[in-house]
Every structure is written in structure tokens, then in C-alpha cells.
Design a protein around this ligand. Structure first.
Ligand code: NDP
Length: 246
């Protein structure tokens, strides 16, 4: 992926990893559109980082996806990069849950959201000279926690979906990338930002940018502390972040 001169749409771009990426790409001379559910969070992100373009989007709502796709393609005819970053991580106790609401919401957000948005924007992206699709999976796709079974399942599915998409688009100019974060200090889960297992957000974004700049053909951007994550999960120390479940 070229690191400058793109027009990039980042879902979940008003906080955490999405905002970190938005800021880093904006600083490198890209036009960056950030999309998220909460207007107030979008407003705060733009106030802190002038130059970002805010869009309201709920990735669980097909009508919201269709409206966003229509609006961004009309307003940014040269949009060429989609970063499917929006996601949720909620603890589930399979033994005591009275329904599957958390699991279903997790699947709709983390799996159907990226699939629907990719489908909505693909014709527009493929009309560009340098189309790129980046899907955000997780180290927990291959190192599942006891506390978050559906979360890990959706991230493993996003990994598979991304690989298939790459194969299907191999005869097009599209580049399909996977971002596989380890534990990064954000507000994804209560206690996550300050957990001793979380890598500081700034350090994570700096490593991602360095990998993308030095290995522009790399299909997966995997910061190498997934081994640390695996050890933390194996010993149970990471799961104790989710009090009451483990
Ligand atoms: P944050 O909670 O900071 O960011 C998640 C973002 O997703 C928020 O901006 C949120 O926007 C957005 N979002 C959630 N639901 C929806 C929705 N229905 N429609 C639109 N936007 C939505 O957490 P992170 O930055 O950590 O997470 C970003 C991605 O990175 C996620 O996919 C996560 O699974 C992945 N990841 C994170 C890791 C970590 O340790 N932090 C590790 C591995 C993967 P709003 O608040 O406005 O709804």
C-alpha cells in the first residue's frame, strides 16, 4: 500500500486503534474519513485532530451502511482504501447467559459489518487505480480467551474472509490486508487500557506504520507480541482481566 495520497475510510475511526490509524495516515498526507456510531465521539476526534472527515455509521444497520456508501462515494470520488476496524468485545458466560443476544450482536458488528460494508463499497474501490481493503482481526482469533468465545470466533472468521477475498481479487489491482493487533491499550473492554498485558496505543500504531512502510507487500500486519498474548492466555493471567467470568 502506498502510504501517502490515498483517500481512506476507517470505521470505528473516532477512538482507539481506528483514531490512531486515522491520525497517522493524516499526518502522512492522506485524506481520512472516520466513521462511528457516536456523534459526540466523532466531534471530539475532529476537534482534537482537525482535518479528519466525520461520518455517522452503525455497521449493524444495513440502511446505515447503504447511506454511508452513497454519501462517501458522492463526496469522495477517489476513495480507494477501506479499513474495516469497528468492533466490539463483550464477555459471555455460556453457563449462565439466558439468551444469545451478546453473541448475536458481536457477530453482526464484527463479522457482518465488514462483509456488508466491503460489499457496498467494492465497486467503487475497484474503480480506483490503487484499491486497498484492510480488515482488522485479532491475536485472539488464534489464541481464544475463555471469556469471549464469540469475539474470538468472529475474528477467526474475519481472518478467513480476508484470505478468501484476497484470492478472489487476485486478478484485480486490489490489495487485501489483515491487521492482527495483539492486546492494545484502548477502551475496547473495561480495564483494557491500563491492563499490564496491553501494549500502549501509540507504540502499536508506530509499529504498524513502520511495518507498512518497510514491507508494503506484506499481507498481514502482525505486531510480534502475539506470543506474549499466547503465554498470558495459557497461564490464565489475561482472562483475569474479565472478573467474574474466570
Ligand atoms: P475501541 O472501543 O476504542 O474502538 C472500537 C470502535 O468501533 C469505536 O470507535 C466504536 O465507535 C466502533 N464501533 C463499535 N460498534 C460500532 C457500530 N455498530 N457501528 C460503527 N462503529 C462501531 O476499541 P479498539 O480501538 O481497541 O478496537 C478497534 C478494532 O481493533 C476492533 O475491531 C477490535 O476488535 C480490534 N482489536 C483490538 C484489540 C485491542 O487490544 N484493543 C486487539 C485485537 C483486535 P462508537 O464508540 O462510536 O460506537
Amino acid at each position: 500500500m502506498h502510504m501517502t495520497g490515498n483517500t481512506i475510510l476507517i470505521t470505528g475511526g473516532a477512538s482507539g486503534i481506528g483514531l490512531g490509524l486515522a491520525q497517522a495516515f493524516h499526518e502522512r498526507g492522506n485524506t481520512v474519513l472516520i466513521a462511528g456510531r457516536r456523534q459526540r465521539t466523532l466531534d471530539e476526534a475532529v476537534a482534537a485532530h482537525p482535518g479528519l472527515h466525520p461520518y455517522v455509521l452503525d455497521v449493524t444497520d444495513p440502511a446505515s451502511i447503504a447511506a454511508l456508501a452513497a454519501r462517501v462515494t458522492a463526496e469522495h470520488p477517489v476513495l480507494n482504501v477501506l479499513i474495516n476496524n469497528a468492533g466490539i468485545m463483550q464477555a459471555e458466560d455460556i453457563l449462565t447467559a439466558t439468551d444469545t443476544a451478546v453473541a448475536e450482536h458481536t457477530v453482526t458488528t464484527n463479522l457482518l459489518g465488514p462483509i456488508r460494508l466491503t460489499h457496498a463499497l467494492l465497486p467503487h474501490l475497484l474503480a480506483q487505480p490503487r484499491p486497498v481493503i484492510v480488515n482488522v482481526s485479532s491475536g485472539l482469533a488464534s489464541v481464544p480467551l475463555a471469556a469471549t468465545p464469540t469475539y474470538s470466533a468472529t475474528k477467526a472468521a474475519i481472518h478467513s474472509y480476508t484470505e478468501s477475498l484476497r484470492h478472489q481479487l487476485r486478478d484485480t489491482p486490489a490489495q487485501v490486508l489483515e491487521l492482527t493487533p495483539p492486546a492494545v491499550g484502548t477502551d475496547l473492554m473495561p480495564g483494557h487500557r491500563d491492563s499490564p498485558h496491553s501494549m500502549p496505543l501509540d507504540a502499536y500504531i508506530a509499529e504498524v506504520m513502520q511495518i507498512m512502510e518497510t514491507q508494503p507487500e506484506a499481507p498481514e500486519i502482525c505486531v510480534q507480541n502475539v506470543r506474549f498474548l499466547r503465554d498470558a492466555v495459557a497461564t490464565g493471567t489475561y482472562d483475569r482481566v474479565f472478573q467474574g467470568i474466570n
